[in-house]
Every structure is written in C-alpha cells, then in structure tokens.
Design a protein around this ligand. Structure first.
Ligand SMILES: [Mn+2]
Length: 325
C-alpha cells in the first residue's frame, strides 16, 4: 500500500485532477469528494468532479454539489490523475475509466477493496473515507486551524461524511480519531446542527409516506431475528417520486427489539438491490460477498441483476438462515 505522503506529492505534481466516487454516492462519498475538490481549488489546482450520478437532494447544501451534473462521466483528455474515493470495486466507480491513460488513486475504507488503483490507500480502521481525506488534506498543506469560509466549507463536507457513515456517531466504527477530527472541525466553526437539519430534517411529505408504506409491509422472519422490508418500483409510481436512497428506511428494521439483521430489498430497473444491516456480531458482509456484493461487517449490499423481488428475498433469507442457526 502507498502512503499519504506519496499520494499528496503526486497530487501536487499533477496538472489536472479528476475526482470521483462509487455509484449512487452516499454522504461519505460525496463529502469526501467535495472536500477534496474544494481543497484542491483552494490550492489553485485544476480539479473537477467526474460523476455518472447526480448528488442527492439532502447533500445539495455542500459546496460544489452542483458540479455533478451526470453529464461528465469520463476523464478529460488532459487529466493526469483520477482520485476515486470511498469505492471498493472498479466496477462500482461512478465514471468510465476504461480508456483513461493516467493513474487512478484509490482511497477507501472498505474491507472488500480490491486495490484497483495505480496507487492505493485503504484504511479499514477509518469510520469514513473522510477521515483519510482529512489527513490527506493536512498532508497537502491545508490548515485546519484557519477559521476562513473556504476551510469551513471543506470542514462541512468532511463532517457530513463522518455523520453519515457513523449513523450520527452511533455505530461501533466510531473511534477516538473520528471524534478528534469532528472536534477539530467544530473548533473552526463547522455548524453541526445545520448539517443534521439538512441531512435528516429535510424530507418531502412523499418520502415520509414512502417510509409509511415500506414499514406497513415489513415482515419479521427467522424466529423474529430478521426484519425484511420490500420496496417495489410501484411504490414510487404511486407517490409520484423517485425512490432513491433508502438507507434511512432500513434503519427502522434494526430498531426492533430482538432483531439481529435488517434486510431491505428494492426493485430496480435491472433487478433487485439488497441492503443488509446488523446489530451485534452478525457479519452481513460475509452474506453479501457470497452473493456477489460487499461492504462492511454491519452494513453491506448486493445488486442482483435480472432477479425479481420475491426470488431475491428467498436467496438472501436462505443465506442468513445458514448463519443464524
Ligand atoms: Mn464510506
């Protein structure tokens, strides 16, 4: 593995730098990418975002979020490096890099990362990729004691990543380092309440009704140790909305007493997306990997192409049952 000093040197030596993340970028992916983007611009580097995705509504308050238009999906001709953040597998990058001739720098915290970069920095102890980005930015020469708007904007991106990847500092991935970085960002004036409100108290009425529909259909299975939520495409059609991110819906499944694993299966255009969460020692990454997915011990996911909702449900429950017994 490479170190942050090497990566920092290569970034500083590069003329044009593309930044991207995993498809359907979450708060950590977006926060990490925008923190790096804003930081490189502050350092007068020619940096830009490559993204097949448009950034979700609740992350639009972050500076630079509008740069992801969904139109720039590959690196421009004159780009020397592309930094990929928070993405474990080459196939999941929100950019087409097959014809890219420069170097890929892979910075991530997923255990399942397959080291697809020319340079790789994978720190699985980091609760969020943003913890690594914070350290990289210091290495690049940014001063997180400086109480300027530009540093505060970068800090807001990083803090957002920390909040979203730790369940608002609730999950067991939180460390002394997580809180130390959060404290340093708070000290320069990052507004945690503003971030929380934008992230969580910002839902449309239709989204709340979608949650209602999803919870109404929730099942408790395998001795009430597994909660299962199904979201067919028709739910979105009935409410007139795009279903989008459902990570807030699956968390309801874990709130039930006695439940060890929460499952959310979502119908998508080409098949089914499965999300898994666990409470204690149950390893959902193991389950996800057996079905071609990946993630973390307590949060993982799989895309099952060409597989219908009911079939996906049977497959996933079969695998969970083997582990629970
Ligand atoms: Mn992450």
């Amino acid at each position: 593995m490479n170190n942050l000093q090497d990566i920092s040197r290569i970034i500083l030596d590069s003329k044009k730098i593309g930044i991207t993340y995993h498809v359907s970028p979450d708060g950590d992916a977006v926060g990490s990418a925008l923190a790096l983007l804003n930081a490189l611009k502050k350092l007068k580097k020619d940096a830009y975002l490559i993204s097949k995705d448009i950034i979700s509504e609740n992350l639009q308050f972050l500076k630079g979020a509008k740069e992801a238009t969904g139109n720039l999906t590959s690196a421009t001709e004159d780009t020397s490096i592309v930094v990929v953040l928070d993405c474990g597998n080459y196939e999941r990058i929100s950019a087409d890099l097959d014809t890219f001739k420069g170097s890929i720098i892979n910075i991530d915290h997923h255990v399942s990362n397959d080291n697809y970069g020319e340079l790789n920095y994978i720190d699985t102890d980091a609760a969020a990729t943003a913890e690594i980005v914070f350290e990289l930015l210091e290495e690049l020469g940014l001063n997180f004691n400086e109480e300027t708007d530009s540093i505060k904007n970068i800090g807001t991106c990083l803090y957002t990543s920390l909040v979203t990847d730790t369940g608002a500092f609730r999950h067991s991935n939180v460390t002394f380092r997580t809180h130390t970085i959060a404290a340093r960002l708070k000290k320069i004036g990052v507004n945690n309440t503003y971030i929380h409100q934008n992230l969580f108290d910002n839902k449309s009425f239709e989204k709340i009704r979608l949650i209602g529909k999803a919870l109404n259909g929730m099942e408790l299975l395998l001795d009430r140790k597994v909660s299962l939520i199904k979201i067919p495409i028709s739910y979105g059609n009935e409410l007139g909305i795009e279903i989008g991110d459902t990570s807030d819906i699956i968390s309801f499944g874990l709130q039930i007493k006695g439940v060890e694993v929460a499952v959310l299966i979502k119908e998508v255009e080409n098949g089914t997306k499965v999300s898994l969460r666990s409470k204690d020692k149950f390893d959902v990454r193991n389950i996800a990997e057996r079905l071609g997915g990946g993630g973390h011990v307590k949060a993982a996911g799989i895309t099952l192409k060409g597989i219908k909702l009911e079939e996906a449900k049977d497959k996933i429950l079969e695998e969970i049952e083997k582990e629970l017994l």
